[in-house]
Unconditional design. Structure first.
Length: 238
């Protein structure tokens, strides 16, 4: 199972407590550890977390720099925990706009956990699905014919993904907004969408389990019709 999470609501969580936005991001970074552990415990195959979108560069410099400090800290402290839990780390997104030291930290975490056979933890940094799709097409424009598998391989290469990701089964967005914000647009083609009001710093293992339970109640049809119904009775595209 592939679960993707848009970790939204850090700023509002902080505002409700009269704290600076960066305090919300710090609390958000703490919440990440519990959810990674919960997902691994539940046997999730791939967990993709949206940590920094390409559009987030538009935030004030101090906030951007606080987010990158948290990312550095995460890579420094969580690589060992990932090894203990057999979690493979992969940072997806552009790398050409990241600092050299962050790129080196990413490469170190990925190399150190490359042999781990448990969950794949993908952290999206400077990520934009639209950018990835356009870049993939640009790389493949000289091909006269194109297999879907070749497209997916190139998309993975553009994203610095260690392997093509399976389609997303469940996309969770915290913080109450209901949009995809340019996250994994190709991979979410048939994802079940789960929007929850809870801001990311308050999203704990129990809230994650509620999302899994809701997913379990959904009927995934992939354009087909429910098994119990006879042919010709469905008009949806579900
Ligand atoms: C959106 O909340 C969240 C982000 C832009 C950053 C997410 C980052 C973290 C959870 C911490 C760092 C991540 C890792 C993996 C260590 P927002 O700021 O847009 O909240 P708002 O909508 O309430 O303003």
């Amino acid at each position: 199972m592939h679960i993707a999470i848009i970790m939204d609501g850090n700023g509002r969580w902080a505002a409700q407590r009269h704290l600076p936005r960066t305090a919300g991001h710090r609390a958000g970074a703490k919440a990440v550890d519990a959810i990674v552990a919960a997902a691994a415990r539940h046997g999730v195959g791939t967990l993709s977390l949206y940590a920094f979108s390409a559009a987030n560069w538009n935030r004030p410099t101090a906030e951007v720099s606080a987010l990158f400090t948290l990312l550095r800290r995460h890579l420094l402290t969580q690589t060992r925990r990932c090894l203990e839990q057999s979690i493979r780390m992969n940072v997806i997104g552009r790398r050409d706009r990241l600092s050299t030291d962050l790129r080196q930290l990413i490469e170190h975490s990925e190399r150190a956990t490359a042999h781990c056979a448990g969950m794949c933890l993908r952290i999206a940094v400077d990520y934009s699905a639209q950018h990835s799709l356009v870049e993939t097409c640009r790389c493949l424009q000289s091909q006269s014919s194109l297999e879907r598998s070749r497209f997916v391989e190139q998309l993975a290469a553009v994203d610095h993904a260690t392997a093509p990701a399976p389609d997303v089964d469940l996309l969770i967005r915290t913080g109450g907004e209901q949009r995809l914000s340019d996250f994994l647009l190709w991979e979410c083609a048939y994802a079940e969408l789960y929007f929850v009001d809870c801001p990311w710093p308050d999203f704990d293992a129990q809230a994650f389990e509620e999302a899994l339970a809701e997913y379990g109640r959904r009927e995934r049809r992939f354009g087909g019709i429910p098994a119990a119904q006879t042919a010709g009775s469905s008009s949806s595209h579900g």
